[in-house]
Design a protein around this ligand. Structure first.
Ligand code: ADP
Length: 660
């Protein structure tokens, strides 16, 4: 169990690790993709800008070609041309110099830009003739404007610039009239023809194929540009590369909205994962607690000696614990799902049980203290049980069935039976002890009638021997009657003891209180005479019969009267009167035995009914405890009280029997 838990815990940890790793990879990929997307956005924007730059330059150059061609409108004189050219140069900073060349590419007139010193001062125009001629040859060939390749033009301030020549053939009325040659500064082309917006945040440059920059414009920043876009600017006779460098940099991780969103989402995901992990941990803890509670409950159910059985509302068994299975001898599988009649119901009682079950199903609540029943084991033997039932209420508060606790009361019954027999035996013993006492009294008491008989017999014999024929038969008859009387008296005495000792069948019957008194009085008198006690009877008239076991109640009366007389044995007791009173109070007949003895001290009173408690030398201490048991068995109560001015009164009640 532990091993399985450890393995599953390791597996769980592994799964968590895997999930975390996947999460990190997924989040990383997401951030990377977002960044890539941002970069591609910037790159394509740059490409669009580059295309715009090329367009700007191309349209600017085309406009210039038209303006230059317009210089020749109306076949102007060289001076007029120069004046117009000056105006044009003033308007176009990118143009460094305008020249009118004749058809042999010789100089007719030249005008320099007013914005700077003549650019050919250092190099000399002759040096560049080849480039101009080449461009003009191309222009001639295509009969349209053509550009030379770019070249470096040194300047006096030891700097220089990249320039390009434009040659436009002049045709007037179908005749070639020479060429217009314009010298462009590449740097100025960038600053004049390219819209300012495009150069504000990026660097625009003309570049060579190897990457060397010829002219540039725009924000000059140090460091390597992050984004670069190149576009070809192909002009008739020349092709250049326009390059755009952006220092905007890779989109920052934070300022970028999308990345921020992705990161926020990732963080949220992480938080959710952490919360989930915590929740899982709590759940695991709860599960462990639940498993512990279940194990505890199972251990408890298994160790329970009381059988547990649950049934649904249809009477179908849904659960039994091991104790119940052991009790009835069926396995849990045999019982579970079994409907009525249950296999442990004795076949003869099944109908009765079924009815009881129907009452239960109809809503009749079972008795709280439980009810006794008889179950049958699998081997067919019966055994008594005590069943306590309670409704089963589920978590939603709905009544789903009945839970019963079943106790096998075979042993309890056996113990009860045992205690009853031992009680009976004890009573018999006590009775025999009383008989022992009686026997000694009897022998003493019998002396009197026997002595009387003996003296009557002796007297009669003497008469017969001395009187001869003159014996008075009347005297003899009288003596014989006396003898018979005495014999009857002795017989009565013996019979009363015999009646008392003989163990009658235990039956409860309606008995008149007087009959009870009559039965014990001869025995009471025996003792009373010996102890010099006067017995007084106070029996109410028309007493109803009581429902009792005669021999038992007689024994109680005998015990109480004997105790009372023994209490008055003390020589200090002046008046020895025993009062036996019987009266009716409501549905009870109350017997009282009063004496005038020394009374009962509180210490003795405390232990009065404890078996074997006695203050007498030859006492057994069983009398009162048995009296109370007997009276209580009859449904009555035994009590005692002081009997002012002196003595004690013991009272007990017996229920009156129903009128016959
Ligand atoms: P036993 O008579 O064998 O001693 P009982 O159970 O009948 O046993 O009585 C227990 C004790 O109760 C007696 O020893 C006696 O001390 C006390 N007792 C019983 N009846 C009386 C009585 N009427 N007056 C005073 N003491 C009594």
């Amino acid at each position: 169990m532990k091993l399985v838990q450890a393995i599953s815990r390791r597996k769980l940890a592994l799964l968590w690790l895997l999930m975390l790793a996947l999460l990190v990879v997924a989040l990383g990929t997401l951030v990377w993709l977002a960044e890539r997307y941002e970069s591609s956005q910037v790159q394509s924007q740059l490409e669009r800008d580059a295309a715009n730059v090329v367009n700007d330059i191309r349209s600017g150059l085309t406009r210039n070609v038209q303006s230059l061609q317009a210089l020749h409108a109306g076949d102007p004189s060289p001076a007029a041309w120069a004046a117009d050219a000056s105006v044009l140069l003033r308007d176009h900073r990118e143009l460094l110099r305008l020249e009118w060349r004749n058809t042999a590419v010789g100089m007719v007139v030249a005008v320099d830009s007013p914005y700077r010193a003549p650019v050919f001062d250092v190099l000399g125009r002759v040096e560049t003739q080849a480039d101009v001629s080449l461009a003009c040859a191309t222009a001639q060939r295509f009969n349209s404007a053509a550009y030379s390749s770019n070249y470096f033009l040194p300047q006096p301030d030891s700097l220089g610039m990249e320039v390009i020549e434009l040659c436009i053939p002049l045709v007037v009325s179908g005749q070639a009239r020479g060429y217009v040659v314009a010298t462009y500064s590449l740097a100025e082309v960038l600053s004049s023809l390219v819209s300012r917006q495009l150069t504000r945040s990026q660097e625009v440059s003309f570049a060579e194929a190897d990457g060397a920059r010829l002219a540039l414009r725009g924000v000059a920043r140090r460091g390597t540009p992050v984004f670069t876009a190149r576009q070809l600017l192909d002009l008739p006779g020349n092709t250049m590369v326009v390059r755009l460098d952006s220092w905007r940099g890779a989109p920052g991780v934070f300022p970028n909205l999308m990345t921020v969103l992705v990161i926020l989402m990732s963080l949220a995901l992480l938080v959710v994962t952490v919360l989930l992990a915590r929740d899982t941990r709590l759940r695991q803890r709860a599960e462990r607690g639940l498993a512990d509670a279940l194990a505890f409950r199972k251990a408890m159910e298994d160790s329970l000696l009381t059988g547990l059985r649950a049934r649904d509302l249809q009477g179908c068994i849904t659960y039994v614990n091991p104790a119940f299975c052991q009790m009835v001898g069926f396995s849990a599988d045999e019982l579970r799902g079994h409907s009525m009649p249950a296999p442990y119901w004795p076949p003869d009682l099944a109908r009765e049980y079924q009815q009881r079950q129907e009452v239960r199903m109809a809503g009749g609540a079972p008795p709280r203290e439980g009810f006794s029943s008889v179950f049958m084991r699998k081997d067919g033997s019966f055994f008594p049980v005590l069943v306590m039932e309670a409704p089963l209420i589920n978590a939603q508060g709905a009544h789903t069935g009945w839970m019963s606790a079943v106790v096998d009361i075979t042993e309890q019954r056996r113990v009860e039976e045992l205690s009853r027999t031992s009680q009976d035996r004890l009573q018999a013993t006590a009775r025999l002890a009383t008989v022992g006492e009686m026997a000694s009294l009897l022998s003493h008491e019998l002396n009197q009638p026997l002595a009387a008989i003996s003296s009557y017999a002796t007297g009669s014999l003497n008469r017969l021997q001395t009187g001869g024929a003159a014996v008075d038969t009347a005297d003899l008859a009288m003596a014989m009657r006396r003898i018979a009387e005495q014999v009857e008296r002795a017989g009565k005495l013996i019979r009363s003891v015999h009646d008392f000792v003989r163990r009658r069948a235990k039956v409860r019957e309606p008995v008149a209180p007087q009959v009870l008194l009559d039965a014990i009085l001869p025995l009471v008198q025996l003792q009373a005479r010996k102890l010099g006690v006067q017995v007084q009877l106070d029996v109410a008239d028309a007493l109803p019969p009581v429902l009792c076991d005669r021999s038992m109640v007689e024994q109680v009366l005998l015990n109480l009267t004997r105790n009372a007389m023994q209490a008055m044995e003390d020589p200090a007791v002046a008046e020895r009167v025993l009062v036996l009173q019987v009266e009716q109070i409501q549905e009870w007949v109350v017997f009282s035995v009063s004496d005038q003895g020394p009374g009962i001290s509180p210490e003795v009173a405390e232990r009065l009914f404890t078996p074997f408690f006695t203050t007498k030398d030859e006492g057994m201490g069983l009398g009162l405890s048995l009296c109370r048991t007997v009276v209580e068995q009859h449904g009555g109560a035994l009590s005692f009280a002081a009997n002012p001015p002196q003595g004690t009164v013991f009272r007990f009640t017996l229920p009156i029997s129903e009128p016959l």
